[in-house]
Design a protein around this ligand. Structure first.
Ligand SMILES: [Zn+2]
Length: 443
């Protein structure tokens, strides 16, 4: 089989081979070590995501998990002695994509409702599914995830991150939030007689006890702390703020002391305002953010993570036929929100809330960022440079530059002109190791 594929690849060329064999290309190799001496990657072009331009005829040298040189291929000949040359004919090399809002322990709600996943699925099943989700994510060219809450699966996310670090399973870089923190009485699953003990989708805490809970989550392995600044607990089930500003400040101060950032779920303007004032790193969802709040976030350097794909998916689960029906109010409102955010100049990241929809379909968020008003270059920057900052790796991840970590993908086409190129992944390198490539399959 491998011989046949190799022959086919030589006859067709790498680009045509990729098109012909898009589904069978991907080989995940958790333990595949980088070759001694490193690699010289020779793509059609290298994408500079900061400037939003292609560098044609450039090559990239990789040694020990690090990018060591980026220059016209001819200039790299001397330095590349002893390296393995990887020809990426017809492909564009770019930084690995980053999804800054994932839930690897969830799977699409149209398969199983969130409540049933939290209440009926065993942690074993959820963890095994997460392994599959991580594999699909890496195959899709996403080399890093910021996972924002185990949603009722305890600290399984911490165990998964440790398993990745040890090479027990394959998958992208991962930072995790553990259980996440909610105000008592606000979060689900709810609607049960109070005599039942329900294990919630996040951990309850209030007042001074927040200090202890933040510390205990950090002790349990959380890389970041997430809290819900509001939730659907209003008299009519509408979203209303939960924690007071003083409580939010306590969470941020306690986490900051340990060197960890805090992220806030918030969809009300007041919840967002309090969270931004308290000093969170990013605000997730932000559906009802006002211009003033977005301007305040921009001034304070708080990043906005609109999670457009979640609303898009949920609206369709509720019956919206996107191909023929007008947009529901929720989607129209979100478009307005994005306009306000873009006008206010707040930094927007790429975070999809994947788990609500299929893992591996993460590029859906980039499509929507552009559809809702961002430029293609802007969306790509959000999914690389901004994502790297949220991973705690500003200046070392998210660009193809000497000294940066070697997380790179090669795509078929120019994503600055056609975002669908991001769905044609021909090569994935993570930490200097080749994880997906046509060559691996053919060799
Ligand atoms: Zn989420």
């Amino acid at each position: 089989m491998a011989g046949i594929l190799k022959t086919a690849k030589h006859i067709l060329g790498a680009r045509a081979f990729l098109k012909a064999c898009a589904l069978c290309l991907c080989v995940i190799t958790p333990g595949y070590a980088a070759v001694a001496g490193g690699y010289l990657l020779v793509p059609e072009a290298v994408l500079d995501v900061d400037k939003g331009e292609l560098k044609k005829g450039y090559g990239v040298l990789v040694t020990d998990g690090e990018i060591t040189a980026v220059a016209p291929v001819a200039e790299l000949i001397n330095q590349s002695k002893g390296t393995k040359r990887i020809a990426l004919d017809g492909l564009t090399l770019m930084p690995g994509l980053i999804d800054a809002h994932s839930h690897i322990l969830l799977h699409p709600y149209n398969e199983t409702s969130w409540t049933d996943q939290v209440m009926k699925e065993t942690w074993a099943e959820r963890t095994l599914r997460a392994g599959q989700h991580l594999e699909a994510t890496l195959k899709a060219g996403f080399t890093a995830l910021r996972d924002l809450g185990s949603e009722g699966a305890g600290t399984m996310d911490v165990g998964i991150r440790k398993s990745l670090d040890k090479g027990v399973i394959g998958g992208p870089r991962l930072i995790v939030a553990g259980r996440a923190i909610v105000a008592t009485g606000s979060y689900g699953p709810k609607g049960f007689d109070p005599s039942h003990q329900i294990y919630l989708g996040a951990e309850e805490a209030d007042g001074p006890d927040l200090v202890r809970i933040v510390r205990s989550q950090i002790g349990a392995g959380a890389d970041i702390v997430k809290f819900y600044a509001d939730y659907r607990w209003g008299p009519n089930g509408e979203a209303r703020p939960t924690f007071s500003l003083a409580e939010m400040k306590q969470i941020v101060e306690t986490a900051a002391s340990s060197g960890r950032p805090v992220v806030a779920h918030a969809s009300t303007d007041e919840g967002m305002r309090r969270a931004a004032f308290a000093g969170v790193q990013s605000i997730e969802h932000g559906d009802n953010g006002s211009v003033e709040t977005f301007k305040f976030m921009a001034k304070r350097g708080v990043i906005f993570c609109p999670t457009l794909a979640a609303g898009d998916a949920i609206s369709q689960y509720h019956g919206w036929d996107k191909s023929s029906e007008p947009e529901p109010a929720r989607i129209t409102q979100k478009r307005e929100t994005m306009k306000r955010a873009l006008n206010a100049g707040v930094t927007i990241c790429n975070g999809s809330d994947v788990g609500v929809f299929s893992h591996g379909d993460n590029a859906r968020e980039l499509d929507l960022l552009v559809n809702y008003g961002m430029s293609r270059a802007g969306a790509i920057k959000a999914a690389t440079i901004t994502g790297a900052a949220l991973m705690g790796k500003a200046g070392t991840l998210g660009e193809i530059k000497p000294g940066y970590l070697a997380d790179m993908i090669a795509v078929d086409g120019n994503p600055l002109e056609d975002l669908s190129a991001l769905r044609r992944i021909g090569f994935v390198m993570l930490d200097g190791q080749i994880k997906v490539s046509a060559d691996l399959l053919a060799d």
